[in-house]
Write a protein that binds this ligand. Structure first.
Ligand SMILES: CC(C)(COP(=O)(O)OP(=O)(O)OC[C@H]1O[C@@H](n2cnc3c(N)ncnc32)[C@H](O)[C@@H]1OP(=O)(O)O)[C@@H](O)C(=O)NCCC(=O)NCCS
Length: 137
């Protein structure tokens, strides 16, 4: 039986559909020379938005981001993979879990960097919410 006081084991494999794959570049680094957290969040936002757009077949906008903790740094040259899982479809909103992992070094060691839940709203041309499931012309 596992010790309730010990931290959960590090995940070893990503969950969800691979929606973004890119390389962290020097232009994305902060003053320490490591990758800026905002850059990684924007990749996650793009990846999760792809899922929301495909579900709603509509423009979408990000309304909320929940529960993000950065567990590991991202270095210039890391391969960054974002994996998305649709959690819930509401009337006009969609919740998408997105994990960011890096592949690093010669052996391509996989490390989970962070995970968050991004919520999108399907919007019309005036930016107003509309139902996710609707008749498509
Ligand atoms: C997203 C936006 C269109 C929603 O408009 P609104 O008039 O507040 O719409 P509603 O109150 O009807 O909410 C729409 C849906 O969003 C959900 N929602 C609203 N606020 C939320 C929050 N803080 N967290 C999670 N879901 C939220 C509602 O529950 C609702 O979901 P449902 O229809 O599935 O039940 C509007 O708030 C907006 O334009 N925000 C700015 C978005 C933006 O620019 N994002 C990028 C920032 S750089």
């Amino acid at each position: 039986m596992s010790d309730p006081a010990s931290p959960p084991p590090e995940p070893t494999a990503p969950h969800g559909e691979l929606v973004i794959r890119t390389i962290a570049m020097p232009a994305d680094a902060n003053a320490n020379g490591d990758i800026f957290g905002g850059w990684l969040m924007s990749q996650m936002d793009l990846g999760a938005a792809i899922v929301a757009k495909n579900i709603s077949r509509s423009r979408v906008t990000t309304v909320a981001v929940d529960g993000m903790v950065f567990h590991n740094p991202v270095y210039v040259g890391d391969i960054v993979n974002c994996h998305a899982t649709l959690l819930k479809v509401g009337r006009t909103s969609m919740r998408v879990d997105i994990e960011a992992w890096v592949q690093r070094g010669k052996d391509g060691t996989l490390l989970k960097v962070t995970e968050g839940i991004f919520t999108y709203v399907a919007i019309d041309e005036n930016g107003r919410p509309h139902p996710v499931h609707r008749e498509h012309a």
